[in-house]
Design a protein around this ligand. Structure first.
Ligand SMILES: Cc1ncc(COP(=O)(O)O)c(C=O)c1O
Length: 409
């Protein structure tokens, strides 16, 4: 048996690192040498390959998941006076896109095991706050029209989509899936992105598949895909990206005031190589999660992330929870102790209803989200990425075992 005594790290272990090989470097270099560096054939091929991988009819590449979420809501017609239900345990991008459109995010509490949007709480909120009026579900106080649910697959663990899609159908709501963390993830063998609702993925630098910055909008609905494509490039007519190419046309028409959200071919080429490696990178993340689970099994001060039956987890994050009643320190001090031991860590997420903008704008009272508020002070995201060695993983477990031993009550 391997010794549990692992020497202290003498170098800092970053919280996240991209997994870039010579193959990605060659692919990007080829684009740089080609004379065509922005949206072009690499992006087109990336979209086709991504759609095939997910098992969805249309994929539109954009320069972030935030852009994909914004375009998705816009294409569904969400606008002024509308309301969107989403989780409070998420990044601000999920909610800010509704604000861009003049809509309002109504936050909802999460399930204790996965920290995903709770279908039961969604039902409670709708029953308590909305009533059917003029053919729509309207907020009893604001009069805002309830239009959509935006589930977030927190850390890469899929939400209870069966329950959420059932509620959406019952109340005639659209669903836009925030799958920033969920590539590749699935529910009973069905990939996130292929569940029948428009889906937004992120290729930010810390994600399993990265293009530095980037995102993908996926849908089976051709009209929706066309709208997103149009609005992702200034609202100018079809194939506008080709207007400087040999086979393109100088003529274009502006049909809408769109956005500038297109992905570059540099990023597209990077994404194509990463997509070929995505399963391997996810498997490595899963092996790291399993090693953490084993490493913490004998530490009652640490609660490991739970995975439900029938789920394939993307393991974008490994959010462990501290049992604070067994420790004499709080999460802040715990993070500080990790940092002293050269281990990078983070917290996902400060609940959005506690952020100054949202608390000011919506006036949430404390204890409106009991699960999020109880779990947030216990959360610590540990490093989990494919470039971590077994020794890196062991050093994280050893650092945590040491902190826990020192500060257990
Ligand atoms: C849940 C969630 N949604 C959306 C985003 C936005 O992704 P991007 O940085 O690609 O815009 C993030 C960012 O990490 C996220 O965590």
């Amino acid at each position: 048996m391997k010794s549990l005594v692992v020497p202290r790290r003498d170098t800092h272990l970053p919280f996240a690192l991209p997994d870039i090989t010579d193959e990605e470097i060659r692919a990007v270099t080829a684009v740089l040498r080609s004379g065509w560096i922005t949206t072009g054939p690499e992006v087109k091929a990336f979209e086709e390959e991504f759609a095939r991988y997910i098992g969805v009819r249309h994929a539109v590449a954009v320069n972030s998941c935030t852009a994909a979420l914004h375009l998705a809501l816009e294409a569904l017609g969400v606008g002024e006076g509308d309301e969107v239900l989403t989780s409070t345990v998420t990044f601000t991008a999920t909610a800010e896109v509704a604000e861009y459109l003049g809509a309002r995010s109504r936050f909802v509490d999460v399930e204790r095991d996965t920290l995903n949007l709770s279908p039961d709480r969604v039902r409670d909120v709708i029953a308590r706050e909305y009533a059917r009026r003029d053919g729509a579900w309207r907020h009893r106080d604001t009069g805002g029209r309830l239009r959509a649910i935006v589930p977030v697959h927190y850390a890469g663990h899929p939400c209870d989509m069966h329950a959420l899609l059932t509620i959406a159908a019952e109340y005639e709501l659209k669903v836009v899936d925030d799958a920033a963390h969920a590539l590749p993830a699935s529910i009973e063998g069905r990939r996130i992105g292929a569940l029948g609702c428009p889906t937004a993925f992120s290729f930010y630098a810390t994600k399993t598949l990265t293009t530095a910055e980037g995102g993908m909008f996926c849908t089976d609905d051709e009209a929706l895909a066309e709208r997103v494509r149009l609005m992702s490039l200034h609202g100018i007519s079809r194939d506008a990206w080709k207007r400087y190419a040999a086979d393109g046309s100088w003529f274009y028409e502006v049909v809408e005031p769109g956005y500038k959200y297109n992905l570059t071919d540099i990023a597209g080429a990077l994404g194509r190589v990463q997509l070929r490696r995505v399963e391997g990178m996810r498997d490595r993340r899963q092996a790291i999660a399993a090693a953490y689970d084993r490493g913490f099994a004998s530490l009652p001060e640490v609660e490991v992330p739970r995975v439900r039956e029938g789920i394939a987890h993307a393991w974008h994050l490994y959010p462990m929870r501290l049992c604070l009643d067994r420790l004499s320190i709080d999460r802040g001090r715990f993070m500080e102790e990790l940092r002293r031991r050269q281990v990078g860590a983070s917290v996902h997420f400060i609940p959005l209803h506690q952020q100054p903008f949202y608390s000011r704008r919506y006036g949430y009272r404390s204890n409106s989200f009991p699960v999020a508020e109880q779990e947030y002070p216990r959360l610590v995201s540990l490093p989990i990425y494919s470039r971590m060695s077994d020794e890196d993983v062991e050093s994280v477990v050893a650092a945590i075992a040491e902190i826990v031993q020192e500060f257990r009550t």
